[in-house]
Design a protein around this ligand. Structure first.
Ligand code: FDA
Length: 458
């Protein structure tokens, strides 16, 4: 067992923890980052599977994600745009496929309904904001009603309702639309600037990092140098003394093979994993209660690489919206500089659970048939195929991120960013701006480091 002393111990070497370490070390503080896995990057992970190089986790950057964009530039990395030329495909509830460009190929009335409901959500997002949605006068009302119930109250147009529900439910929170509140949907929208931004794949799925999103974390870890990041070090116990919220105290993080004594700790793990650490003394009552009311969504990220991007020859962008089908969204995800063509698809929540219940061959066939019905039979024969399985990752347990159960956000949201004695919490899942995204992780990691620097400067 190695024992070391640092100013701050950080638990988790994902983008949040590493950005906190980056800011603290720049200010001259000594830091240890203890990471459970044998790699850095957390939910960002770029690697070879079945002969294809894939972004197994987070990858896209939107234009408003300026903290991440600035970091990527500072690290000397380049970005590239997603291929999106050509028509998209819309699959109706009856399974019919329609090529389109511009507005969804639904009736003018349905498009008008989508615009009308989107405007209501944009209004709420602007009024309520992402920073403290729980503090707004309408918070309780909007947090007590599920998103789908609220949508049905707004409109009798089922196609409009299903489309709007899909963008937040399957598309973002990766939970069924009956399982989270309207306030949570408003937070999701506000964190991306507006609900309309989430609807716009040209905006939200804009750029990727050359070399992969995980390379951002790898570069930070390299800059931090030796003796800072310790892999294969799951933290089991955090001992602490209480000198008041945020004030320095004696903290001891006990990981497998490593003990770190420090004055502050940053728990930079997803909130659904907070309880995997034993706190001594235990965290305050309401923290322990609130942590039971956040959970990870579940989505399967489908990767399929073909000899060529065959859809482009048909004048297709590779974009498919199939809300009632198995693979709800498909996009061209061809890697920078690669001649082979890659598609990425998403299978969310209850459909993801059903797919994992199938045998491997049946699963692969069902998934590829789900894509082929829109893009053609060429989709049935990929050279490389892989399904990201984050639900099976002990140190994540789902994808993309966590959200509160119905009614939880207004009851406990205010606690999530409060330090407990010398222990701070930082995760993209409790970030306001950039919530559930790498940009949010960069923001909250850096901001949490600055809160600690402020606390020790007084
Ligand atoms: P993250 O989970 O990344 O890191 C936490 C770290 O803590 C992990 O390395 C974990 O191993 C470690 N840990 C946990 N418990 C520990 C313990 N007890 N001791 C030590 N270490 C412990 N975002 C985006 O911007 N664009 C996108 O396109 C996508 N797409 C996407 C797809 C998929 C499939 C996923 C899973 C996620 C995304 N995301 C995304 C989300 C994005 O990846 C996510 O928001 C960030 O990785 C969050 O960074 P954090 O550092 O907060 O947590």
């Amino acid at each position: 067992m190695q024992t070391i002393e640092r100013d701050v111990v950080i638990i988790g070497a994902g983008p949040s923890g590493l950005n906190a370490a980056r800011r603290l070390t720049k200010a001259g503080k000594s830091v240890a980052v203890l990471e459970a896995r044998d790699r850095v990057g957390g939910r960002t992970w770029s690697d070879v599977r079945d002969g294809g190089w894939f972004e197994i986790g987070g990858q896209w950057i939107s234009p408003d994600q300026t903290a991440l964009l600035a970091l990527v530039e500072e690290l000397g990395k380049e970005t590239y745009s997603r291929y999106r030329d050509g028509d998209s495909i819309y699959v109706g509830a009856d399974g019919s496929t329609t090529r389109f460009a511009g507005d969804l190929p639904v009736s003018a009335e349905t498009n008008a309904e989508i615009d009308r409901i989107a405007a209501i959500l944009d209004g709420y997002a602007a009024e309520i904001g992402a920073t403290e949605p729980w503090a707004h006068a309408k918070a309780e009302e909007l947090d007590k009603i599920s998103f789908i119930e609220w949508l049905h109250q707004q409109s009798d147009d089922d196609e409009a309702v299903e489309n709007i529900a899909m963008w937040i439910a399957g598309g973002m929170l990766t939970k069924p639309s009956y399982a989270f509140s309207t306030l949570q949907a408003v937070l999701m929208s506000a964190s991306a600037g507006s609900f309309s931004n989430l609807l716009d794949d040209h905006f939200i799925l804009d750029k990727r990092v050359v070399g992969g999103m995980q390379s951002v974390s790898i570069a930070i870890a390299e800059q931090l140098g030796d003796g800072v990041v310790f892999l294969n070090s799951p933290v089991r116990t955090l001992e602490w003394t209480d000198n008041g919220p945020g004030a320095a105290g004696a903290v001891t993080a006990i990981a497998d093979g490593m003990t770190v004594h420090a004055q502050h700790a940053i728990v930079a793990v997803p909130p659904n994993l907070y309880h995997r650490i034993s706190y001594d003394p235990p965290l305050p009552r309401m923290q322990m209660v609130s942590h039971q009311h956040v959970s990870m969504g579940l989505v399967i990220k489908v990767h399929a690489t073909y000899a060529t991007p065959f859809w482009r020859d048909k004048g297709l962008a590779g974009t498919v919206y199939d809300h009632s089908g198995l693979v709800q969204e498909v996009y061209d995800n061809t890697n920078h500089g690669e001649e082979r063509g890659t598609l990425v698809g998403f299978i969310s929540d209850v459909k993801a659970e059903a797919v994992w219940g199938l045998g491997a061959e049946d699963r692969k066939r069902a998934v590829l048939e789900g894509i082929a019905k829109s893009l053609g039979d060429e989709a049935l024969e990929p050279e490389s195929f892989y399904l990201s399985d984050w639900g099976n990752e002990e140190w994540t347990r789902g994808a993309y991120a966590t959200s509160y159960d119905l009614g939880g956000l207004h009851r406990w949201g205010a606690l999530q960013n409060q330090p407990v004695g010398p222990i701070y919490f930082a995760s993209s899942d409790i970030a306001g701006e950039g919530y559930q995204h790498v940009d949010g992780a960069v923001r909250i990691g850096t901001a949490t480091a600055e809160r600690i620097l402020d606390a020790v400067s007084v």
